[in-house]
Write a protein that binds this ligand. Structure first.
Ligand SMILES: NC(=O)c1ccc[n+]([C@@H]2O[C@H](COP(=O)([O-])OP(=O)(O)OC[C@H]3O[C@@H](n4cnc5c(N)ncnc54)[C@H](OP(=O)(O)O)[C@@H]3O)[C@@H](O)[C@H]2O)c1
Length: 265
């Protein structure tokens, strides 16, 4: 169980999904969760599940030991200023904000506070996020606590902050990249005769199964590919055609382009 109270400032896509996922995990009482946003009516669903909702960020920050900042990048510093009086010794801030480093959040929050950065992806809504965490906090019990929290919402890994930009591309943008493959395969499926819905179902389950093979066994993807590719067969013909058209190269170049975009700011 998570004994600490948790406040989520910014109950939008990500903040709302975290609250829902934590409730589903049953590792925390809904009444121990506070969520804020300005349009409170959009938090009614969480309120009905027992979450405390408010538009008062300072009050919300006072209620909890752990404060998750799930707002847009331009809002993070005004909000830290707003909740500053609540940032007393022992509070933990987790910033989900992409592109803003630990040091800046630490400087803005003051020395009483322990700061973490977490980079989840949108599959957090179904507790299947890949969440990367970095921090300068040395205390192992606090690090374990934050990992345990995000473990309720998918899989978690702790990385050094210099890898956060790469993590953003691979894990957060990665959802869009993977789904673009799914869409392309669906289009191929429709051209070969399936209706769109059936093509989506077949493609999505196939991708899920392929990924699960690698996740469950830790086998290199190429080993699983070898099992499907008969010499002179159908699969290798299609696969090589994709490679001639630049499949792997396009994926790598796309990832690197996103990475360079983050680095340039
Ligand atoms: N989407 C991703 O895959 C992803 C992955 C990793 C990290 N992130 C980061 O997560 C952050 C949130 O992303 P998101 O997609 O969840 O954005 P979002 O849906 O726009 O959520 C932001 C929320 O903040 C609320 N908000 C704005 N001003 C506020 C204030 N003064 N006080 C309290 N709440 C306020 C907004 O609601 P109201 O307008 O009603 O106030 C909105 O619901 C971003 O910084 C993003 O970089 C996103």
């Amino acid at each position: 169980m998570i004994d600490q109270k948790i406040t989520i400032i910014g109950g939008g896509n990500l903040g709302g999904a975290i609250a829902s996922g934590l409730i589903k995990s049953k590792q925390i009482e809904p009444s121990a969760i506070t969520v804020t946003r300005r349009r409170l009516n959009l938090l009614e669903g969480l309120k009905e599940q027992g979450v405390y909702i408010t538009s008062d960020n300072l009050e919300a920050a006072r209620r909890s030991e752990i404060i998750i900042l799930a707002v847009k990048p331009y809002q993070i510093f005004p909000i830290i200023e707003e909740i500053k009086p609540a940032l007393v010794e022992g509070k933990i801030i987790i910033s989900l904000v992409a592109g803003i480093g630990l040091q800046k959040v630490e400087e803005a929050s003051g020395k009483n506070v322990m700061v973490f950065r977490a980079m989840p992806n949108t599959a957090i809504a179904i507790q299947e996020s890949m969440t990367l965490i970095s921090t300068n906090v040395a205390a192992q019990d606090k690090r374990d606590l934050i990992v345990h929290l995000f473990d309720q919402l998918g899989k978690t890994a702790v990385i050094t902050e210099d890898l956060m930009a790469a993590a953003t591309v691979l894990a957060s943008c990665g959802t869009a990249f993977a789904l673009r493959y799914v869409r392309a395969a669906m289009q191929g499926g429709v051209e070969m005769g399936f209706g769109a819905e059936m093509a989506q179902f077949i493609t999505a389950q196939t991708v899920k199964g392929a990924v699960q093979l690698v996740l469950n066994t830790g086998t290199h993807p190429e080993r699983e590919i070898d099992k499907v590719t008969t010499p002179r067969g159908i699969t290798i013909t299609g696969l090589n055609e994709m490679e001639h058209k630049g499949f792997s190269s396009s994926v790598i170049q796309g990832l690197v382009a996103s990475f360079n975009k983050i680095e340039k700011g």
